[in-house]
Design a binder for this molecule. Sequence first.
Ligand SMILES: O=C(O)CCC(=O)C(=O)O
Ligand SMILES: [Fe+2]
Length: 202
Amino acid sequence: MNLFDFEADKTRNWLPYDGTVNYYGKVLTREAADHFRDSLLETIAWQNDVAVIFGKEIVTRRKVAWYGDQPFEYTYSNTTKRALPWTKELLALKELAEKETGETYNSCLLNLYHSGEEGMAWHSDAETDLKKDGAIASLSFGAERKFAFKHKRTSDKVEMYLEHGSLLVMKGITQTHWLHRLPPSKKIAILRVNLTFRTIAG
Ligand SMILES: O=C(O)CCC(=O)C(=O)O
Ligand SMILES: [Fe+2]
């Protein structure tokens, strides 16, 4: 028996109500996680994202990419993105996420944060093209970053840390009731890659 086994309890629901968030902790060895971080940096067609802030279009430093089973279209901020075909690494990671979470996914949004100064503002992932209440599996590589949830009505907050090579799943009515964000942190100098596997309703 290991008394110092801090392995994540994947059955724990991190949300107190109105949704389900499970954290699986590290699902890859350090070596495998390093390998995927490096190969994703090289093989993914990273592009700067466009965001509208107070009605003004700005190009974010954060980079994004969009892959899927089919050339799904994804429209926001007046730009339409078409999903690219899976790469070898993404297919392997999709299978890992499916096996661990017991769900299936047909697309993946990738984010590259060059340092802690880049983050993602409060939002929920409930675009009309996404399957309603579909599970979203999030794999993280690189810098360990804080991830936060805020209830839309009560403003209750839940915070957690996403480790290198870790898996998180958000499911059920989570996106209807909770916002999430990746807060910026001036203390973090290294990059982070995040993959969110989703289901586009066909
Ligand atoms: O980087 C993360 O952990 C979250 C990304 C996210 O929320 C999204 O892509 O919708
Ligand atoms: Fe999100």
